[in-house]
Structure formats: structure tokens, C-alpha cells
Design a protein around this ligand. Structure first.
Ligand code: SDX
Length: 429
């Protein structure tokens, strides 16, 4: 197997090194392409372009494989906890019992946010989308912890920023929900585990404790684990790009939250439920909507279907679909939109349009059904995605900084007007 690729340009031969990953993935390192040839590559949407080498997550879209630091997602979803998976992603090891306790306790000690943050929160109208609040409040952490702006922080200082963000995002997320319903916020109860504490902050009332349901806690743990990282997706690439400019962890994650908000990305889980509810309201005719999704003249897309990388089942969707059945049964909920979702999936998986394009249910197709069953409102679904993806964003930002990667600055091919002289306004038509 050759260790380089040959490119013939204008009769001249150029060689570029081949890079092989630990899972035998191959890449052509074109770092010297422009210097040697004057050419750049062009790849809209980066469908064929690797931005970095990373040791955090491996996924094989053709085989439907997803592993965090080498551990299969199926095993982690079944046996681990979200905080343990966060430790694994950020520090590249499964923690000992002592390490996990220390990590969990450090996070618990930082769940409170500065009371002045409530003044920022109060400034948002109740109509504000929680993702907009989340991005703004995460960025505001730079105001409360200005030392986080120092790009030359020590390892210990970076670690403290990581712990603060892991701890405070769940408080900020719950508070953004309470703001949207005009309810008083709940303060964290640090005797509770991470997921129970979040549910308490979301659903407790001044007059009524939230009764922790182990079925709900287990489902939330699984969902957060399944969302924890996904290599160089849109929002993670945003976090790495912003971080490459020596922007702080908080600023980089705030940008990642905004990218995740897009309905083609993390916003899809909200769009899926809105789509299923619209189909239900329109009589529940799944076949009609399958046809709409295939019609190029119809802007309708089957939200929660298709993926840039997975050309097989998204392994997360398989686990989430099973968990949805378990949770709804355990909670005694019969949700008609789950039936519509299953009918859509069945119809799409046998329809040539979807089969030829290898369009399968992705992580967002069933997740909203579980969030709905545990009482999370639709507008909070993408916030839940952000909560889960946080350790992945942190791990990727940390890896990029430790590798001392250069500032990200893609090239372009200019297609605008060639040189022309200025025309005074009186001479313009
Ligand atoms: C996430 O990257 C990640 O890892 C993301 C993520 C993560 O964990 O971070 O996995 C999370 O973002 C999951 C994806 C959530 N988005 C949706 O569910 C929105 C609906 N899906 C699509 O819009 C689409 O499938 C994308 C955006 C996910 C992927 O788009 P691509 O890779 O750019 O593919 P494409 O748009 O070029 O589609 C290829 C073909 C096109 O048809 P043709 O031009 O070949 O005729 O498939 C069609 C598309 O029209 N198509 C769909 C479709 N998705 C693709 N047709 C109908 N319904 C759909 N959902």
C-alpha cells in the first residue's frame, strides 16, 4: 500500500502523504498543496474534508458504529452514567470509583450560578426560545469568570472552567425553561445526582417537590449519553473553529449552542415533534407525508431522517426507539405520535426514494417522544441535546487546544466581478 498519493497537474507530478487512522481510515494530507501547486481544494459542506485528527469519537456511517474513546455506545448506554461518560470523553479514561466521586462532587459544588445571572434572565421576554437564552447565558459566564478569557490558563484553571461549565449548564438550562413559563426558578439540590437534580430544577414548584422517578432518571441518563459526542458535526466543528482563535471555552461553547439550534442539526428533534403533531392534526396520513418528502417541489422534509455520515441505521436511534417503548410503557403513556413515527419509519424504509438515498431515522427521530413523555416541553428539546453534547464539545475544544492547532481559516474560489473602476453616483443607471 503506497504511503503517498500522486496528483498530476498541468503535466507535473506532485506527491502528498497518506494518513491512516487507528481504524484504518485513510486521508490525503494536502497541507502543502497550495504552496506546491498554487491550487486549493473545493468541498462545499466539507463532505469529503477532514478538519483534524481526533482520538475522541469513532463512527462508521456505513456500518452504523459509534464508540466514545473506543467504548461502544451500546455498552455505555446500558452500563454507564452521563457523568461517567463525560469524564471518559474529557479525560480519555473510565474513572475509578474515587475519580468519579471526586468529579461528581466537584460538579455538584459548582451548580449555583451568580445571582446577577437572574437579572440577565429576567431581561428575556417569556417568548424567548430557550436556546437563545442558553447561548447568551453561557457567553455571559466570561463576565463572571473573566480569568477564563486568558488563552494561557494553566491546566488546573482550564479544568476549573470545565467543571464550572459542566455544573452550571444544567442550572442555566432549567432556569431558561422556568423563564419561558413565567415560574420562579429552582435552586440546585446537591444531594441529588446530576439527572435528578436537573429534573428537580425543571419541575419542582415552590409548593410541591418534584417526585424523582427512576424510570425517568434512567431514560434521561441514556439520552444524555447518546448525545454526548459525535466527532466533527456542525456544532462541534463550530466549537473547534471558534476555539482555534484562542476564544474562551465559554465563548466557543456558546457558538456551538447557536450552531446546534439549526433545524437541520440539533433543532431537528423539536422539528420532528412539530412534524408528527402536524401529521396527526392533518388526519395522520403517513403515506401522504412520505410523498411530500419525496416531492422536489415541496419544501417538506421528513425531519429526523437522513444523516451526513450514517448511511445505515444511526445506532443511537435504535437505542432511543427501544427506550421510547420502555419509558411510555413504564409510565403508562399511549402517545399517538409514536404510532405515527413508527408508521413513517416503516413506510420510508421500504420506499425506493429513501432506500436509494440511504435515509434512515437519526438520533432526533425518536428522542423527542421520550422528552415529551417525561414532561420536557418541545422548545426545550434542543436544549436537552446541548446538555448531552456539552462533554463532547469540551473534550473536542480541549483536544484542539492541547494539539496547538492553528487558527481555522478556510480558503475560497472567488467568482465575483473582476477589477473595475468606481463610478460616481451621477453616472450610475
Ligand atoms: C444531527 O453530523 C452529525 O453528526 C449531526 C448529529 C450529531 O449527533 O451531531 O448526528 C445530529 O444533526 C442529526 C441530523 C438531524 N437533521 C434532520 O433530521 C433534518 C432532516 N435531514 C436532512 O435535512 C439531511 O438528511 C441532513 C441535513 C441531516 C443531511 O444532509 P446532507 O448530508 O447534506 O444530504 P442532502 O441534503 O444532500 O440529501 C441527500 C439527498 C437529497 O436528495 P437528492 O438531491 O439526492 O435528490 O437526500 C434527500 C435530499 O433531498 N434527503 C431528504 C432528507 N434528507 C436528505 N429527503 C427527504 N427528507 C429528508 N429528511
Amino acid at each position: 500500500m503506497s504511503d503517498s498519493a500522486e496528483l498530476i497537474l498541468e503535466g507535473k507530478s506532485y506527491k502528498f502523504p497518506i494518513v491512516t487512522g487507528t481504524e484504518d481510515e485513510k486521508a490525503i494530507d494536502i497541507g502543502a498543496l497550495r504552496a506546491q501547486t498554487g491550487y486549493i481544494t473545493l468541498d462545499s459542506g466539507y463532505k469529503n474534508t477532514g478538519a483534524t485528527e481526533s482520538a475522541i469519537t469513532f463512527l462508521d456511517g456505513e456500518e452504523g458504529i459509534l464508540r466514545y474513546r473506543g467504548y461502544p455506545i451500546e455498552q455505555l448506554a446500558e452500563k454507564s452514567s452521563f457523568i461517567e461518560v463525560a469524564y471518559l470523553l474529557i479525560y480519555d479514561k473510565l474513572p475509578t470509583a474515587k475519580e468519579l466521586d471526586e468529579f461528581s462532587d466537584r460538579i455538584k459544588r459548582h451548580t449555583l450560578v451568580n445571582e446577577d445571572m437572574r437579572k440577565i434572565l429576567d431581561g428575556f421576554p417569556y417568548t424567548a426560545h430557550p436556546m437563545g437564552i442558553l447561548s447568551a447565558l453561557v457567553s455571559s459566564l466570561t463576565a463572571f469568570y473573566p480569568e477564563s478569557l486568558n488563552p494561557n490558563q494553566s491546566k488546573e484553571e482550564v479544568d476549573l472552567s470545565i467543571i464550572r461549565l459542566m455544573a452550571k449548564l444544567s442550572t442555566i438550562a432549567a432556569w431558561s425553561y422556568k423563564n419561558s413559563v413565567g415560574h420562579p426558578v429552582n435552586y440546585p439540590k446537591n444531594k441529588l445526582d446530576y439527572c435528578s437534580n436537573f429534573l428537580h430544577m425543571m419541575f419542582a414548584y415552590p409548593t410541591e417537590e418534584y417526585e424523582i422517578n427512576p424510570v425517568v432518571v434512567d431514560a434521561l441518563n441514556k439520552l444524555l449519553i447518546l448525545h454526548a459526542d459525535h466527532e466533527q458535526n456542525c456544532s462541534t466543528s463550530t466549537v473547534r473553529l471558534v476555539g482555534s482563535a484562542n476564544a474562551s471555552l465559554y465563548s466557543s461553547v456558546s457558538a456551538g449552542i447557536s450552531a446546534l439550534w439549526g433545524p437541520l442539526h440539533g433543532g431537528a428533534n423539536q422539528a420532528v415533534i412539530e412534524m408528527l403533531e402536524a401529521i396527526k392534526a392533518d388526519g395522520g396520513d403517513s403515506k401522504k407525508y412520505i410523498e411530500k418528502a419525496k416531492d422536489k417541489n415541496d419544501p417538506f422534509r421528513l425531519m429526523g431522517f437522513g444523516h451526513r455520515v450514517y448511511k445505515n441505521f444511526d445506532p443511537r436511534a435504535t437505542i432511543i426507539k427501544k427506550t421510547a417503548d420502555e419509558v411510555l410503557t413504564a409510565l403508562g403513556i399511549n402517545d399517538p405520535i409514536l404510532t405515527i413515527a413508527k408508521e413513517l419509519e416503516e413506510a420510508a424504509l421500504t420506499d425506493p426514494y429513501f432506500v436509494e438515498r440511504k435515509l434512515y431515522p437519526n438520533v432526533d427521530f425518536y428522542s423527542g417522544i421520550i422528552y415529551r413523555a417525561i414532561g420536557i416541553p418541545t422548545e426545550m428539546f434542543t436544549v436537552m441535546f446541548a446538555l448531552g453534547r456539552l462533554p463532547g464539545w469540551i473534550a473536542q475544544w480541549k483536544e484542539m487546544r492541547e494539539a496547538k492547532e492553528p487558527i481555522g481559516r478556510p480558503r475560497q474560489v472567488y467568482t465575483g466581478s473582476t477589477e473595475r473602476d468606481y463610478v460616481s453616483i451621477s453616472d450610475r443607471s
